[in-house]
Design a protein around this ligand. Sequence first.
Ligand code: KIV
Ligand code: NA
Length: 276
Amino acid sequence: MKTINDWKKMKQANEKISMVTAYDYPSAKLAEQAGIDTILVGDSLGMVVLGYDSTIEVTVEDMIHHAKAVRRGAKDTFMVVDMPFMSYHLSIEQAMINAQKIVQKTRAEALKLEGVTDDTLHLIEKLTAAGVPVVAHIGLTPQLVNVLGGFRVQGRDKETALKLIKDAKALEKSGAIAIVLECVPDLLAKHITESISIPTIGIGAGVDCNGQVLVYHDLLKYGSDLQPSFVKTYSNTEEEIVRGLKKYHEEVKEASFPTSDHSFKIKEEIMDSIRL
Ligand code: KIV
Ligand code: NA
């Protein structure tokens, strides 16, 4: 398993870090099989696999339920789990209790938190001291969608750009092991990446981040509703799935599936004795 020490070395050696989301046993198993460096059980699961229109309804229990399945599928891959909406804002104590629950029940190697406030910086310090590494997440932070006024690029003007740079440095100081930069202009993401010693993991943040993360269902085009412009489609899974399902439907209708080959057999003489 690649650990945070490898991440640091990878940044120094200019070797990119690959991260993908996974939400269940098969997605985790296939991500591990593909050799992905690190898996994120993102709260995007609310949108991608539960069909909500934001991540706001996702609960700690949802995260635990999915992350346990991911862990079973990817025992040897570094697993980061998102703390969901409001699970780390009510109080430091409540945040620590939720973090403990997630880590002990899922055996995650690290947790991820969105945004930067004095409280989150303090929480990152406390979690790290308690043995829980934290990945930070700035730029477009979907849990704050209603405060940001929509899903849009962050840091295009001087004031918010300077705030992102300041936040990244504060996160590094608080002990964060990496920072996800979501929907940040490429030159700003490059500047941030060069300003800190911990890796940046970009999503819609240009070519210069130390790693990249994409949502599993986006990059594989697997039932995701809309394809953001920063996503590259690497395979058309949904086309393949619909093709298979249609064929199955047709064959059931025309009774060409199942065949005798798909059936279990009983000895003729037993059947004969039953029929008598
Ligand atoms: O939940 C998620 O999938 C994420 C990534 C997009 C970074 O937070
Ligand atoms: Na997330």
